[in-house]
Design a protein around this ligand. Structure first.
Ligand code: NAD
Ligand code: MG
Length: 382
């Protein structure tokens, strides 16, 4: 039996992870399950999987959680410190599925235990960069990518040497707005309606702006050190090929699969072995055609901004991420137009360079906090 904790258990990735755990129940002992504010969902999961501890990040809901877990013998905890404490309990596998830089502290706490981290929470890696990858090395932890593109690359690299890689190509669906003419008039409902994937609201908006691919470019840069100029992006609307690795001999390896996050999650849960998933096999004859386009960085400047931030290094990726989180939240609350998201990010980025790269978790959180503050000020000014 292996032990598992799921940070962000009530989200899209968290629920899909629990679906796989449910199907292989006898293999897993669930230690910690966490959520932001959905007490009912968290308590139900904690009871179903007989978790050791359930943590609600919003501390004002702790009494509610205690009441919901009364008589179960499951520990109830609340607040950010409790979240990190739960994440630091030794387990074989931690699934990091909180959305945003809010997940960074708990991920770092899990890394310090030296276990295996299945990382969905790309914002944490984008913000912390080397602070995270160095902690992984120092504590002997293993980072497995859940993000479908990075999981695909990880699989395509298996058995090969990173020195032999000529290039990595991240595929992008292009999102629901690829062919929409007027980006000013886009509503949150339109932006969230992803053609291929069923995901949380924030990443769905990121897919529509292409910031998701921008964040993934930075994520890939940290996970697979082949050099930023060797990481490419191609729009592939069918989302059948999840990414590719080209080698020096001219071979390109690709990973294909249904657009269902349970495939890359299962690949992490079972790694280095394989496990069953319930999806229908890929039917290429029914899909018929696969197409590819160059990204349009004039209409969707996010990938250019992310590449520039990655090139600048230091605090820039954390600033880009923080400004984007604020911009997306403002868009979802209908405070700003869709087309303003990249403008706000570019503005905060252009103002916010720091002389030294952040070297500790606290410094990363400091950069994140000031970039959020500046983004909020700019929103107020408008
Ligand atoms: P989601 O919004 O569905 O779920 C987020 C989870 O994090 C929930 O459990 C929520 O309670 C928790 N959470 C939110 N804010 C929090 C906070 N401030 N403190 C503590 N917990 C908080 O998001 P998702 O779509 O599951 O995405 C999770 C992460 O995985 C994101 O980083 C996303 O980019 C990445 N990812 C998601 C998918 C997908 O298909 N959904 C695919 C690839 C990568
Ligand atoms: Mg992805």
């Amino acid at each position: 039996m292996r032990s598992i904790s799921i940070l962000g258990a009530t989200g899209s990735v968290g629920e899909q992870t629990l679906d796989l755990v449910r199907r292989n129940g006898e293999e897993w002992k669930v230690v910690a399950l966490t959520a932001h504010s959905n007490v009912a969902a968290l308590a139900a999961m904690a009871r179903e999987f007989d978790a050791e501890v359930a943590v609600i990040a919003d501390e004002t809901r702790l009494d509610e959680l205690r009441a919901a877990l009364a008589g179960s013998g499951i520990e109830a905890a609340g607040g950010r410190a409790a979240l990190c404490e739960a994440a630091s309990r030794p387990v074989d596998m931690t699934v990091a599925a909180i959305v945003g830089c809010a997940g960074l502290g708990p991920v770092m706490a899990a890394i310090e235990q030296g276990g295996t981290i299945a990382l969905a929470n790309k914002e944490a890696l984008v913000s912390a960069g080397e602070v995270m990858t160095e902690a992984v090395k120092r504590h002997g932890a293993t980072l497995l990518p859940v993000d479908s593109e990075h999981n695909a690359i990880f699989q395509c690299l298996s058995g090969n040497r990173i020195e032999d890689v000529r290039s990595i190509t991240l595929t992008a669906s292009g999102g629901p707005l690829r062919l929409v003419e007027n980006l000013d008039a886009v509503t949150p409902e339109q932006a969230i309606a992803h053609p291929n994937w069923d995901m949380g609201a924030k990443i769905s908006v990121d897919s529509a702006t292409m910031f998701n691919k921008g964040l993934e470019l930075i994520e890939a840069h940290h996970l697979f050190p082949v050099g930023l100029d060797r990481i490419r992006i191609v729009v592939h609307p069918q989302s059948v090929i999840h990414s590719m690795v080209e080698y020096r001999d001219g071979s390109t390896l690709a990973q294909l699969g249904p657009s269902d996050m349970r495939v890359p999650i299962a690949s992490c849960l079972a790694w280095p072995l394989r496990m069953d998933t319930p999806m229908a096999p890929l039917d290429l004859a029914a899909i018929g055609e696969l197409s590819f386009f160059a990204p349009d960085e004039v209409r969707f400047p996010a990938t250019r901004l992310a590449r520039e931030a990655a090139q600048a290094g230091g605090a820039a990726p954390a600033i880009l991420n923080a400004a984007n989180e604020i911009a997306v939240a403002a868009f979802l609350e209908r405070k700003i137009a869709f087309s303003r998201i990249p403008l706000l990010v570019e503005r905060v980025l252009s103002e916010g360079q720091l002389p030294d790269p952040p070297r500790t978790l606290e410094e990363v959180l400091g950069v994140d906090g000031s970039a959020r503050k500046r983004a909020n000020e700019l929103l107020e000014l408008a």
